[in-house]
Design a protein around this ligand. Structure first.
Ligand SMILES: Cc1cc2nc3c(=O)[nH]c(=O)nc-3n(C[C@H](O)[C@H](O)[C@H](O)COP(=O)(O)OP(=O)(O)OC[C@H]3O[C@@H](n4cnc5c(N)ncnc54)[C@H](O)[C@@H]3O)c2cc1C
Length: 487
């Protein structure tokens, strides 16, 4: 175990963010690396408690006390081996995960939890720096072929596991480059895209083939795919966005978050010449949706030079402390300040959009909103009489979540069934109703998190391996029905 008194003698210390006025001038990641000695002391705070609830909090079942101990001792190679044993891509989760492991940490019962996510991130970054992340090709090939459709974290995890098990795997992606939401949704200031590229390089070295720019269902049919491959994994995400049906929705200037964010990333990487087609420079921006996607729109708008940004949320402002109804070790809904929130903009809670208002040319000019209260009697949010007001808006970004996978040509051609929530239906082995066709990630689970997508990809890979060769040695961290530790 790490230092037995570490959690008593050392206080929690998170890495610093770059100064706001500096970081909003560029698109680089906001966090400064922590000095290794400081990180080791943080790792020493892990109590190696009898029942590590952090394992429960993490869908991947990361062996957190083990690598905390190894990092504290400076045994970096062993630490990354233990981390990679359960997580294909700790560099993604170390940057982007909301860390349900930390809200389940036993030190957090009456103190500040261990900075697990930082230890994870530094462990993998040290491994990349010292050349310890190399391709691990299989010893022999099985002769079986698998097509993975979609290159987000679930598709990548499934592909890496199946390639290492000896199958010949091709990942199809309709976008120009692979990575799914890691590349096109998550802004550069949260994770630079060279982080995705270097992992793809490792996967190519292992033998995984990538076919980007191929819209499966259009460029190759579902039937052709099934004839060509022994198994298919649908990792197509939950890209069907939630919309809002109020007067004025068709005015010019209202976009979905995922129509806006990819341009921000292309701009950040100089992949477009000139101005992006949606450019908030000097404009009044309103974001509907108080979650992470909304915060990504906020940080992107600020970097483009928006004149004002307001983020609207229908729910009331959460409390700063855990609500009593969401005790340790659950993941609580509390007031969080992301790096983008520090950078500017205003957050309004308990408000609802009544109408979008336009000018004579059909351009958005304002949004009409009202305050709302949740009424137990009706079970609905109800308008507070007389609370209507108008806010100037040149752009509105809708960041209200996603309602399952698109009912695309591919899914129609394959004739897969959907569950009552609109996600692709699967059994306890991640199998759809069609023989040899499996589903992983948001497409089967519904809109979720990267850590769940990786866990899904790993588990679906184990199921596919069993389907192909009758047995598997691949780990399966979750069941398709597994849910976060919540009350
Ligand atoms: C803006 C935004 C920010 C987010 N930030 C975070 C965060 O900070 N932390 C976190 O944990 N989670 C975050 N999430 C959620 C997280 O990104 C998703 O849960 C995760 O990416 C799901 O992975 P996936 O592999 O299932 O699907 P996706 O990442 O959505 O990938 C699916 C891929 O399939 C491709 N595809 C679909 N149909 C076809 C087809 N017919 N042919 C070929 N390719 C196809 C799509 O183009 C896409 O690339 C965020 C989500 C959004 C929208």
């Amino acid at each position: 175990m790490a230092d037995p008194k570490g959690f008593i003698n050392v206080s929690r210390q998170t890495p610093t963010r770059r100064p706001i006025d500096v970081r909003i001038q560029d698109w680089k990641e906001v966090y400064e690396p922590q000095e290794f000695g400081v990180l080791q002391k943080q790792a020493s705070r892990c109590m190696d408690c009898g029942i590590p609830f952090c394992h429960q909090g993490c869908p991947l079942g990361n062996l957190i006390p083990e690598w905390n101990d190894l990092i504290w001792r400076g045994e970096k190679k062993e630490a990354i081996a233990r981390l990679h044993a359960t997580n294909n891509f700790p560099e993604f989760t170390g940057r982007l995960c909301p860390a349900p492991c930390e809200t389940a940490c036993v030190v957090g019962v009456n103190g500040d939890p261990v900075t697990i996510k930082q230890v994870e991130l530094r462990t993998i970054e040290e491994a990349f720096d010292y050349g310890d992340v190399n391709p691990l090709p299989p010893d022999r090939l099985s002769g079986k072929t698998v097509a993975v459709i979609g290159s987000g974290p679930s598709g990548l995890a499934a592909a890496q596991q199946l390639t290492r098990a000896g199958h010949t795997v091709a990942v199809y992606e309709r976008a120009e480059k692979v990575g799914g939401l890691l590349r096109y949704g998550i802004p550069e200031f949260k994770m630079e895209k060279q982080i995705v590229d270097r992992r793809i390089t490792q996967m190519e070295g292992e033998g995984t083939r990538f076919r980007s720019g191929v819209n499966v269902g259009v460029d190759i049919t579902g039937q052709q795919l099934r004839a060509k491959y022994d198994a298919v994994v649908l990792a197509v995400g939950a890209t069907n966005w939630r919309d809002i049906n109020v007067p004025g929705r068709d005015l010019k200037g209202i976009y979905q978050a995922m129509e806006f964010l990819p341009w921000g990333n292309k701009q950040a990487l100089n992949e477009i010449s000139g101005e992006p087609p949606i450019n908030t420079h000097g404009k009044a921006v309103i974001i509907l949706g108080g979650g992470d996607t909304g915060a990504d729109c906020l940080g992107t708008s600020i970097r483009q030079g928006a004149a004002s940004v307001t983020q609207l949320e229908i729910m009331p402002r959460p409390t700063e402390e855990r609500p009593s109804a969401q005790p340790w070790p659950t993941y609580p809904m509390i007031y969080r300040v992301s790096s983008a929130h520090e950078e500017g903009g205003e957050r309004l809670y308990a408000v609802s959009t009544e109408e979008f208002l336009g000018d004579e040319n059909g351009n958005l000019r304002a949004i009409k909103l009202s305050e709302v209260e949740f009424k137990k009697e009706s079970g609905k949010f109800e308008k507070v009489p007389g609370s209507e007001k108008e806010l100037k808006a040149d752009f509105v970004f809708l960041a209200m979540g996603f309602v399952g996978p698109e009912k695309s040509e591919l899914l129609q051609q394959l004739e897969v069934e959907f569950d009552e929530r609109g996600n692709i239906k699967r059994d306890e082995n991640f199998a759809t109703n069609i023989d040899g066709v499996f589903v992983a990630g948001d497409a089967g689970r519904g809109q979720s998190l990267i850590v769940w997508a990786i866990a899904e990809g790993r588990s679906a890979a184990a199921a596919v391996d069993t389907y192909l060769v009758g047995e598997t040695q691949l780990p399966s961290p979750i069941e398709p029905t597994a849910r976060p530790l919540m009350v």
